[in-house]
Design a protein around this ligand. Structure first.
Ligand SMILES: CC1(C)Nc2nc(N)[nH]c(=O)c2N=C1O
Length: 160
């Protein structure tokens, strides 16, 4: 089995509940055990368009599922939350992204791991540091170093 990290994000239809419910649903994925969860963060939306702040978090799991099977499970959960891909980068009820899958580097038409944008997204790096502060990414970058470069602009730990 491997340790995998998943980022969660929501900025539609009661984002805190969307994210908390998604953590429970991830814990219920077959052959998968939830082994860690970050604090929730409120973060200013990155990307185009005028949309609400996000609620973001990261969870850690141990799983024997292959990466694409894990991705299928995430997409099923997103559908449960009424995820509609209307516009790219648009507001969404729930976004689950596979950040890391063990130390593997994966690149296929459905999946790129480590997640391409995670290295500059404070709304991913700060919650990840709640769970695995000393982690080194498969790219060789230390999370502590990335935290310093990315800063905490637009980010605040959400009182649970
Ligand atoms: C639209 C885009 C890039 N912006 C985001 N911005 C924030 N703050 N949090 C997200 O989870 C998030 N997700 C996205 O997909």
């Amino acid at each position: 089995s491997v340790t995998a990290y998943i980022s969660l994000g929501s900025n539609l239809e009661q984002p805190v509940q969307q994210v908390l419910r998604a953590v429970e649903e991830i814990a219920a994925i077959p052959n998968t055990t939830l082994t860690g969860a970050s604090r929730l963060y409120r973060s200013a939306p990155v990307g185009p368009g005028d949309q609400d702040d996000y609620i973001n978090g990261v969870v850690q799991v141990r799983t024997t599922l292959e990466p694409l099977a894990l991705l299928d499970a995430f997409q099923a959960i997103e559908l449960l939350h009424g995820r509609e891909r209307i516009v790219r980068w648009g507001a969404r009820t729930l976004d689950l992204d596979l950040l890391l899958y063990g130390d593997e580097k994966i690149e296929n038409e459905r999946l790129i791991v480590p997640h391409k944008e995670m290295h500059w997204r404070n709304f991913v790096l700060y919650p990840l540091a709640d769970i695995a502060p000393q982690i080194t990414l498969p790219t060789g970058q230390s999370l502590q170093k990335l935290l310093q470069t990315v800063g905490d602009e637009g980010l605040s730990a959400f009182a649970d």
